[in-house]
Each structure stands twice: as C-alpha cells, then as structure tokens.
Design a protein around this ligand. Sequence first.
Ligand code: NIG
Ligand code: FE
Length: 410
Amino acid sequence: MRKQFIKNIKGLVQAGEDLPEVVRAAQMQVLPVIENAYLALEDNEVIAYGPMSEWPGITDWRDVEVIDASNCYVLPAFIDSHTHTVFAASREEEFIDRINGLSYEAIAAKGGGILNSARKLAEMSEQELFDAAYIRIQKMIAAGTGAIEIKSGYGLSTEAELKMLRVIQQLKSSCKVQIKATFLGAHAIPLAYKDQRSAYIDLIINEMLPQIAAENLADYIDIFCERNYFSTDEMCQILEAGQCFGLKGKVHVNQFSVLGGIPAAISKGAVSVDHLEELDASDIAALAKSNCIATLLPGCSHFLSIPYGAANELINAGAIVALASDFNPGSAPSYDLMHVLSLACIKMKMTPEAAINALTINAAAALELQSTHGKIALGRRSPILLTNEIPSLAYLAYAYTEKHIQRVFI
Ligand code: NIG
Ligand code: FE
C-alpha cells in the first residue's frame, strides 16, 4: 500500500464532508480553506485531513512518504468539462489568416475551420489519433487537469465519427484520469451535404446515433448551435434523438450570436450550455432558474479576440457557472486550466474564489462527476494538486505565466 502524508499545508482548499454539489450566487465567492493543514492518502484515497493541530499522529511510519507542504496549497485537480482533445493537427495557418484580418467565421466560410480539421482527420488511423491524444492528455494531467470531457466532431461522416469515438473509448481505458465522451456529429455541415443539410441531420439521427449507442461510445451529445452551423430547431431535433438513446446534451451555444439556443437546450434537459460569449437578458434569466450549467470558455475569447462571457452577471443572477478550456486546434489551442483561471479573473473579473469553484465543484457537476471529483473528502480518490510555494491563492491567477504545480497526486 502506498501511503502519503502531506503536512504543514499552507491552505487545504475545497476539502470537507458537507460541501455542496454545485455552487451558485453568493456561495461562489466562498472557498473553503483549512489553514496549516494535513492530508493523508492511502493508494490515493483520502483517509484523513484537517488542521495540523488536530492531527492524530501516525502509529506506523513504515512506507509512509512524508511531504512537507510549507507555504504550498493543496487543492482538488481542476476538471476540464469541454475539450476537443482528439484532433489531427494544429491549424496555425488559420492563426496567421486571423493576424492578417480574417475572422474565425470568414475562415470557416472559405472551407477552413472545422472542415479543415475534418479533412485532415479523415486521413489518419485510429492508432495515430490515439497516440497524439494520449500525449496531449499526459500534458493536461501534468498541468493540473483531473478529469476530461472529449468530443468527436472532426469526423462528420459515420465512419470518421465512429473512429473518433473509438479513440476516446481507448483513451478512457488507457489514461489515469476519468474521461467522458461526447458525440458532436453536428459540429458543421460537411461539404458533401452543403445543399442538403436535412439529409446530414438524418444521417446523424438515423445512422450515426444508433451505431454509437449500440457500441456504447458516447456519454453525451453536442450540437454547434450557431448561425451558419445548426439552428435551434435542428439542435432540438438532435437533442430529442439523443434522449431516445439516453444521451443528455452538452451543447455549443451563443458563441457568435443569440439564437434562443439556451432556453431551448434547457427545455431539452441539457446538462450544460457552453461558450455563452453572447447572452441576452432572457438567457441569463433562464439559466438562473435552472440546474443546467453555464460553462464559460475564456481561452476561446482570448484566442479569437471575441467577447468574454458575462460571468458575474450569470453568477449574480444565480446561474451555476463553470469554466473549461475548449482545447481545440481552431479556437483554443491550450489545455492549461491555470491560464483559464487567470483569464477568468483578469478578463471576466471573476474573483479567484469564484473561478476556483467554477473549475472544481461546478466543473465536476458539468460532467456529472460531483460524487467523485471537484472536492477533497474522505474516501475519494480523484486527483489532487500540490502547488509550489506561493504567497496566496490569488497568486495562482495573478502570476499568470508562472508554473504553479509542484506535483499531481493521481
Ligand atoms: O468550441 N465552436 C465550435 N467548435 C469549437 C471550435 C472548433 C474548431 O475551430 O476546430 C469551439 O470553439
Ligand atoms: Fe468547443
């Protein structure tokens, strides 16, 4: 048995037996921290924690690794509830196009964007895609990510969507972190269906979904509900079809425009609505009275130079706000959730407490992992982070290029 005793922890964050399953409104500004604390792990399971003054002592010190965490914080690993980690290749040629003045939407209109990634992915084998994604996931873990959602959506044909989802299934059994798979066949209309979009939607519903369900390849279903992509009605149609196979929605909405996708997704029982760079008052009101999680992706706003989601308006209205990376080669080529934390504080004016709640408890809920992830509690085995020596928790967001993670317990 592997025993670890972490002592003199400056602050043990998000640890407790009766922490809420989701955090909303004024609670977002409160982050439980036990000062001068200890944490004991046995084969990564939390067996004891509390203030050093209440440490009961160890009777058997054999095989115990003692870690002195003076001036360091310990917190639950961050949860990345929205990523596109399986992809063929980076897209810096489009990055240069944007530097030269083209918008993300203009690049997509000339056959770039998602269709560019789909062309490249069609030529790659399952093994090649797996190998590349496996390396990315090891880097994500080292950067402090403790559970990951991964979407398909660069296939856009039955064969290639199934290929992506099989890769994700392989990653689930090979990686140390929990992974959830989301079917995103409705990421873009493929060129071959340019003038027959309803035929592509039929293909998603009547061919892709039944096969995916039969092979148990997806946990959730996603649609890119956006002008030039899928309408709100089309999203609802696909969400209903997903429901028939037991797949709940986690949808891309309101990235560039307000199409009524948020209230519609809520009415179809979506677990989360993600992006939300553009919001109107009725969207905020709908989220405030729902349990659907509002997932903001500031890395995408940063990289595409588009507006940031109105985090504090959502929080103050009472919505459940989470943060994620949106890691993908087109709009957010970074998996670094520490950077997401900094952007949330610097650009969205979230407090560090709110942003950490959004990356732990609420992000775990966005993957329905609230009973295992997002907090430190007795009996849990989910990944835990030890920071370097830092003066305060706010410093994690403030020193935005510094390396903060000393060690990941996984
Ligand atoms: O979440 N907006 C839709 N999908 C991705 C980007 C996909 C891409 O450009 O490859 C996103 O931003
Ligand atoms: Fe995305």
